[in-house]
Design a protein around this ligand. Structure first.
Ligand code: ATR
Length: 288
């Protein structure tokens, strides 16, 4: 990998960052597109976040990803926030537009892309989303932007789901919103086109848990999506497969949020899902 006097830089700001998979993806994409650009991770202490963001402008860094715990804090130091990112309330991507720093959130866009790439249509559909935290905010906002007809937001803390629903409705007036608890029954799933888990239930230590009752017999044609990607086949996705349903794996959102950040920085729209997946498996970043 050649680095010269004209090499441009993109980066990740977060704490910690050492386990990030983003350098693999972005350096691969830069090389694939023949761009003289490299991507590195910066582990930033909390009292240095403002200086780090200002550094993007000062050093002419083309853009940055932002990860835990600074996705909200960085918003204070940006020149402009994309309207969808403003409702989501968090930024995972900063674009340096000739010195103007613009904040975006590509998580939900990445999720929507992974569903569409799997061959599905979201427009006019009825979608049930489990969870109302940060990931759910990113996903539900972009589902509304993609033109779904109805969003059923299910969460243990109902007030959080209700607040999210109200914020979505303010911007996307056509979408119908319903708020429910997480204890859904078989009849609650009738007529639902997509079921999406955004809670950590099913992830690593909770890998034997399923966010819905596995005794439920789902309606035919339901598409089941999980944003948990370790394990690849969560309990929820195994339940779906056992019932003959199509699934969308969590790794899709992870890859596509990066691909969309890369697009925002470079203007290059790359179709490289399978290649990136193979790269992440080869690097041992994910297991399949
Ligand atoms: P993230 O940024 O990953 O979305 P988060 O903002 O902490 O993380 O949100 C986690 C979501 O998963 C919340 O909706 C949370 O429910 P509450 O709002 O009621 O706390 C939900 N969640 C977390 N652990 C859960 C569990 N064991 N069972 C059900 N829901 C859970």
């Amino acid at each position: 990998m050649k680095i010269s006097g004209t090499t441009q830089l993109a980066c990740l700001l977060g704490h910690p960052v050492s386990h990030s998979f983003s350098p693999y993806i972005h350096n691969y994409l830069a090389e694939k597109c023949g761009l003289d650009m490299r991507y590195v991770c910066f582990d930033v202490e909390e009292d240095q976040v403002e200086a780090a963001v200002k550094g993007i402008r000062a050093l002419g860094i083309v853009g940055s990803n932002v990860t835990i715990p600074y996705k909200i804090k960085v918003m204070d130091y940006l020149d402009e926030i994309d309207p969808n990112a403003a409702i989501i309330g968090a930024v995972n991507t900063i674009k340096n537009d000739n010195g103007k720093l613009i904040g975006y959130n590509t998580d939900g866009v990445g999720f929507v892309k992974s569903v569409i790439e799997a061959g599905h249509t979201l427009k006019g559909k009825k979608v049930m989303v489990l969870g109302a935290g940060g990931a759910s905010r990113a996903i539900t906002v972009e589902l509304a932007a993609a033109g779904v007809n109805k969003l059923i937001i299910c969460n243990n803390t109902l007030a959080k789901a209700k607040q999210l629903g109200e914020q979505i409705k303010e911007r996307f007036t056509k979408v119908s919103i319903q708020i429910e608890s997480l204890n859904m029954t078989e009849s609650d799933l009738q007529g639902v086109d997509f079921l999406i888990n955004t809670t950590p239930v099913g992830m690593s230590k909770q890998k034997d848990s399923c966010p819905i009752d596995e005794a439920i017999s789902p309606p035919k044609g339901l598409v089941v999506c999980d944003i948990v990607y370790t394990p690849h086949d969560t309990k929820l996705l195994l339940w779906a497969k056992t019932n003959g349903l199509e699934v969308v794996h969590g790794i899709g959102m992870l890859i596509n949020q990066a691909v969309h950040s890369f697009y925002l920085w470079t203007g290059k729209e790359v179709a490289a899902y399978e290649e990136i997946l193979a790269l992440l498996v080869e690097q041992g970043v994910i297991n399949q």
